[in-house]
Write a protein that binds this ligand. Structure first.
Ligand code: ADP
Ligand code: ZN
Length: 639
């Protein structure tokens, strides 16, 4: 029986083992001035674990608050940008609390890597999904029941099976983590029907804390997660959405392939990246074309055979410098930290998708590019797809609205990051200095007169013609179509000689993007006036338009993740050492050490185990296993 000194209360976290309580008690009693000590045993051990297992020196707020809440047995909803450090938020409480942390994740292809990464840190992790044999699954179930697991990853479809639920009811469980929680949202493109059944968790295991995590930022999805997963009582932890290391760049499309090639050759010749296209066919065409240009590029879309997809994904994760050309089917939860660029060759439908897709760049915090080109044709194509899709009128209107916001971001002349974050109600005071608009402020011109001409020619031709014909009329063309419709007699005919074809396209594009004109899809892309254009047409409002530049030269400040003063030979030698370990273990190189850890080694040149242990990301297990080999590389190099 333990006896507390007077004046001391200990607030133990719920669910601590007796032995841990005793350990905490001894720790406290060892402290001299105990009279007013309020000691949080759980947080201290969380800190120890952060340090000794993960090799990090401090939490990134609000990681500490989230971890604290879970350890105390509360539920949490976590919204954090990609790369923010969501995984630690459940991994550490799972280690502190008694029992096994159960992680529900839709990313079967990644479970193996996640588990390998945990095991390299000395954490007892396993997974249960359809890739296991019956015997393998049995063994894991046995280990779970015997309390031999710290973390268990389960696919959602497996989780909701009756026998899995039975198993979990008998096993010691420390917490449930619901990763990629936005999959519960029926509006999003990542919807998983099995996620709806996760409300069971609350009903079957009311005592066990739950944490739902997502990087999807919009408020509607957040509300849906809360209600579908019954997280009304959960603490909400919303980190800022900024990804400061990503440089946002959006340019006008004129010769997509040449523009893209120049970007790759100038800035990312040997880097891993993701290229997004709208159609399956286009991903294959672009991947093939990149191969002919000497790049290691692979296509990825839902129409490819499952083995091909798995093979391409694993090459992307394991080999260095692979480019994946994909539809939006690729990327959810892709954990590769060293993706140096995400390129959009087609316009995403919403700012949410743009943010999510670009967010896959630079998870390691090193400089990365979000590069996009777009044109009027993209807008027309997207509107067509939307119009043709199933869904209520209300849904279509909402989608239309979201596309308009995306277009607004493309045409904006002020800081893109401010606008992007503003969309998620995350206000940023100053312009960022790391987007194309900040690096090379776009020129604007007074487009009021031109806009009025464009609107009136649209009106006078009865809103029945597409942009090419309207430009012909404005520029005074005398061709068959003009004569056929008597358009040479219109007052608008020939009043737009001062601008060339491209300039007029730019005017029309910006009018569409800003919602003054809409595209009538029943009439093959005929332009129509919108209510909002009246003041402009009447001359009561003026408009500033963006000057289109042919080749954007804006570049982010730092080019490679390699700092300027790093010795390239040492860097390569360390990478080679890492590659060998990765190959031995059958894991991607970054699971051994991140680029940033190698870079720190290059800069700090640790020469003994103590110094090596100070490198960020080197915990006790990795120090012991890899320290000697990497130290040898460094000392050889210095000699
Ligand atoms: P998310 O799941 O939010 O996209 P991860 O959990 O994969 O992000 O973490 C992103 C990266 O940040 C990982 O490399 C992780 O090791 C690192 N990281 C997380 N928390 C910390 C921390 N407190 N200190 C240093 N690095 C951290
Ligand atoms: Zn900016």
């Amino acid at each position: 029986m333990l006896k507390l000194p007077t004046g001391l209360s200990i607030y133990f976290a719920r669910n601590l083992t007796v032995s841990r309580k005793i350990a905490c008690y001894r720790h406290i009693v060892a402290i001299e001035s105990i009279n007013y000590t309020v000691y949080c045993p759980a947080m201290s051990s969380a800190h120890d674990i952060l340090h000794s297992i993960f090799g990090f020196s401090s939490f990134r707020p609000p990681q500490d608050q989230i971890i604290d809440a879970l350890i105390l047995g509360d539920d949490a909803l976590v919204l954090m940008p990609t790369g923010g450090g969501k995984s630690l938020c459940y991994q550490i409480p799972a280690l502190v609390r008694e029992g096994c942390g159960v992680v529900i994740s839709p990313l079967i292809a990644l479970m193996q890597d996640q588990v390998s990464a945990m095991r390299l840190l000395g954490v007892r992790a396993s997974f249960l999904n359809s890739t296991l044999s019956t015997a393998e699954a049995r063994e894991i179930e046995r280990a779970l029941l015997a309390g031999e697991l710290d973390l268990l990853y389960i696919a959602p479809e497996r989780f909701t099976q009756a026998n899995t639920l039975r198993l979990l009811r008998e096993a010691p469980i420390s917490l449930f983590a619901i990763d990629e929680a936005h999959c519960v949202s029926q509006w999003g493109h990542d919807f998983r029907a099995d996620y709806l059944k996760l409300s069971l968790l609350h009903e079957l295991f009311p005592e066990i804390p739950r944490i739902a995590l997502t990087a999807t930022a919009d408020a509607r999805t957040r509300t849906e997660i809360i209600s579908r997963l019954q997280l009304e009582e959960a603490g909400q932890f919303i980190a800022g959405f900024d990804r400061p290391n990503i440089c946002y760049r959006i340019a006008l499309k004129h010769n997509a392939k040449q523009q893209f090639l120049k970007f790759l050759k100038d800035e990312h010749a040997n880097d891993a990246g993701i290229v997004y296209c709208l159609s399956r066919k286009k991903t294959e065409d672009i991947a093939y074309w990149l191969q002919t240009q000497g790049f290691n590029a692979l296509a990825y879309h839902a129409g490819l055979p499952a083995e091909t997809r798995a093979d391409h994904q694993s090459k992307f994760l394991r080999d260095e410098g692979v480019i994946i050309v994909a539809t939006i089917a690729f990327g959810m939860g892709i954990d590769k930290p060293d993706v140096r660029f995400v390129a959009h060759l087609d316009l995403p439908k919403t700012i949410e998708s743009y943010y999510q897709e670009t967010g896959r760049a630079g998870r390691d915090g090193e400089p990365a590019d979000a590069w996009m080109i777009y044109g009027l044709q993209d807008v027309i194509k997207l509107r067509q797809m939307m119009e043709g899709s199933a869904g209520s009128e209300e849904y279509k209107r909402a989608e239309q609205h979201r596309l308009n916001a995306m277009l607004g971001l493309c045409e904006i002349t002020s800081c893109r990051r401010q606008a992007l974050l503003g969309y998620f109600d995350d206000e940023m005071e100053h312009a960022c200095g790391n987007c194309d608009c900040c690096l090379e402020p776009p020129q604007t011109w007074d487009g009021t007169e031109a806009a009025r001409k464009a609107l009136s020619v649209t009106y006078r031709t009865n809103q029945r013609f597409g942009v090419n014909h309207l430009i012909d009329v404005l520029r005074g063309a005398e061709n068959d179509k003009v004569f056929q419709f008597d358009h040479h007699r219109l007052a608008s005919h020939g009043i737009g000689q001062e601008l060339d074809n491209n300039q007029w396209r730019s005017v029309f594009r910006q009018l569409v993007a800003r919602g003054y004109l809409s595209v009538d899809l029943e009439r093959f892309g005929a332009l129509r006036l919108e209510e909002s254009c009246r003041p402009l047409l009447r001359g009561e409002e003026s408009i500033q338009l963006r000057v289109d530049v042919k080749q954007k030269t804006a570049k982010r400040q730092t080019k490679t993740p390699l700092a300027a003063d790093v010795d390239v030979a040492l860097w390569e030698a360390l990478r080679e050492c890492r590659r060998q370990f990765a190959e031995d273990k059958g894991v991607p190189p970054y699971v051994i050490f991140h680029d940033s850890a190698l870079q720190e080694m290059c800069v700090n040149l640790p020469q003994d185990m103590d110094a090596f242990g100070m490198v960020s990301g080197v915990g006790e297990r990795k120090l012991e296993k890899y320290g000697p080999a990497f130290l040898r590389v460094i000392t050889d190099h210095l000699a």
